[in-house]
Design a protein around this ligand. Structure first.
Ligand code: C2O
Length: 534
């Protein structure tokens, strides 16, 4: 195994898109940022140097960071921010993982422009469990605001209103042409007869996305750096933080084919509904090849998301078995609420809030992991409720429901090595909505999914414990629930949150504390000496 060393400098970079220019924070001047290449088992060292005037942290989304929780990156959860002029060495080992993941800033909304790919190849000499592709291509989907993104968030906090939606989606940093503003858009050049492994990443802040290539089916082989049973599809559904690897066979000989990327939002309140346009183009001598068009599913095509999710199964081969916990030590039921609470300091008089089990998470001013490790009291409590405080028809007509959330920095304590089940129950308090939930520190198995309210007596009988998909981010279906299981074998403090940044901002997050306090095998190791302080 190797040590892979990367230098990431956070700098301001002038960028022009949609005919307007602004200065954006980037890593090393790149948008999207640099790709981290490594092999399974490698040790990865990233020196992050902050050369901008605000605080930064970076998260390695989906890296299990086993026993190295100090490298996970969410601000005020596992570390204090890296202040202007400071640097911090992120040090983690890629154990038991291969595939595609992403890294992104994990403070405020900086991940809008600070993000990139992590490509983990199998160990030397170990083949992929699918036909070897001729080439590999990274495709990063994202969102673009003409305005300064931090100003968008600050405005939302001040007023209590939802933040402004983005102005475009991007494919590998390109917006494609918009009326009155020419931009060539991203082109994926292919050679007839060759196969390509597409490493598709959704790095958007607030949009789950559909992705489709005209005239070509693709074969999904991996999600979130875990292998799946291969299946062919014309459209993929991908939430923020998720990755999908798919094989594309360039089985045409000529032409140009539209790649369409559009958002999924069941209840269309306010969303950036611009379809991003990119192209697949065959290398051929023709100067103006015929363009084949396609359309993605409608913005509220909930059945399309469900069909796609139901096809995802872990490979569960002899070499890559699905080790699903068959019994459960912690049985948790979390409701996901988005609502409106009174707000004396907001110019609107009320504000959008979000909660899990009626707790809207308040960010601490000291990192939870530091507070936990050094036993600093008063930073958080470990009384996060295992069940919602009141029961009601979560997915019924909740128009009269007033959320009145409680605020708190509350965590839930999991015994080291315990088996955990969390049922994430969507609610329709304001509107039915899908939420891409991300758990730090672990992969989990998606053992069940349903519409309406979870039935603890009957639904578990239908759980798939044989080959459920394994991932780190999953969409909780619109007006429905999802059940996940994982083994709490990674000591530390681990964030669980909606990966729609707007919902995270409103408090749709909580933390797990995993530690038996019994030394090196069951507890977090001491922090690195350059760990930032608050
Ligand atoms: Cu990709 Cu906590 O985030």
């Amino acid at each position: 195994c190797k040590v892979r060393l990367y230098n990431f400098r956070v700098v301001l970079t002038n960028t022009t898109k949609l005919c307007s220019s602004k200065s954006i924070p980037t890593i090393n001047g790149k948008f999207p940022g640099p790709t981290i290449y490594a092999r399974e088992g490698d040790n990865v060292n990233i020196r992050l140097t902050n050369q901008v005037q605000y605080n930064v942290t970076v998260h390695w989304h989906g890296v299990s960071s086993c026993f190295t929780g100090w490298a996970d990156g969410p601000a005020y959860i596992t570390q204090c921010p890296i202040q202007p002029g400071q640097s911090y060495l992120y040090n983690f080992t890629l154990t038991g993982q291969r595939g595609t993941l992403l890294w992104h800033a994990h403070i405020s909304w900086l991940r809008a422009t600070i993000h990139g790919a992590i490509v983990i190849f199998p160990k030397k000499g170990v083949p992929y469990p699918f036909p070897k592709p001729d080439k590999e291509k990274i495709i990063i989907l994202s969102e673009w605001w003409k305005a300064d993104v931090e100003a968008v968030v600050n405005q939302a906090t001040m007023t209590g209103l939802p933040p402004n939606i983005s102005d475009a989606h991007t494919v590998n940093g390109h917006t494609g042409a918009v009326p009155g503003c020419t931009s060539p858009g991203f082109t994926l050049h292919v050679e007839s007869g060759k196969t390509y492994l597409l490493r598709i990443i959704n790095a958007a802040l607030n949009d789950e996305l559909f992705f489709k290539i005209a005239g070509h089916n693709i074969t999904v082989v991996e999600v979130d750096a875990t292998f799946t049973k291969p299946f062919s599809t014309d459209t993929i559904f991908i939430g923020p933080g998720q990755t999908t690897n798919a094989l594309l066979t360039a089985d045409k000989s000529i032409g140009k084919y539209l790649i369409a990327v559009s958002p999924f939002m069941d209840t269309v309140v306010a969303v950036d509904n611009v379809t991003a346009i990119a192209f697949l183009r065959y290398n051929e001598p023709l100067h103006s090849p015929h363009l084949s068009l396609t359309t993605t599913p409608a913005i509220n095509a909930t059945p399309a998301t469900s069909t796609f999710m139901d096809k995802l199964r872990s490979l569960n081969s002899k070499k890559y078995p699905a080790n699903v916990p068959l019994t459960v030590d912690h049985d948790l039921y979390f409701t996901i609420g988005v609502g409106i609470d009174p707000c004396a300091t907001c110019t609107n008089g009320s504000k959008a809030v979000a909660d899990i089990n009626n707790v809207s998470f308040i960010m601490p001013t000291t990192a939870l992991l530091q507070a936990h490790y050094y036993n600093i009291s008063g930073v958080f409590t470990d009384d996060f409720p295992a069940k919602p405080p009141i029961s009601f028809n979560y997915t019924g007509n909740n128009t009269a429901m007033n959320l009145k959330t409680t605020n708190g920095t509350r965590a839930y304590r999991l015994a080291f090595n315990s088996a955990v089940q969390v049922v994430l129950q969507g609610t329709t308090i304001i509107a039915p909505e899908s939420h891409p939930f991300h758990l730090h520190g672990f992969n989990f198995f998606v053992v069940g999914k349903g519409i309406g309210n979870f039935d603890p007596d009957n639904d578990p009988k239908k759980f798939n414990l044989a080959d459920p998909v394994e991932r780190n981010t999953v969409s909780v279906p619109t007006a429905g629930w999802i059940a996940i299981r994982f083994k709490a074998d990674n000591p530390g403090v681990w964030f669980l949150h909606c990966h729609l940044e707007v919902h995270t901002t409103w408090g749709l997050k909580m933390a797990f504390v995993v530690d038996n306090g019994k030394g090196p095998n069951e507890s977090i190791l001491p922090p690195p000496s350059d760990l930032p302080t608050c």
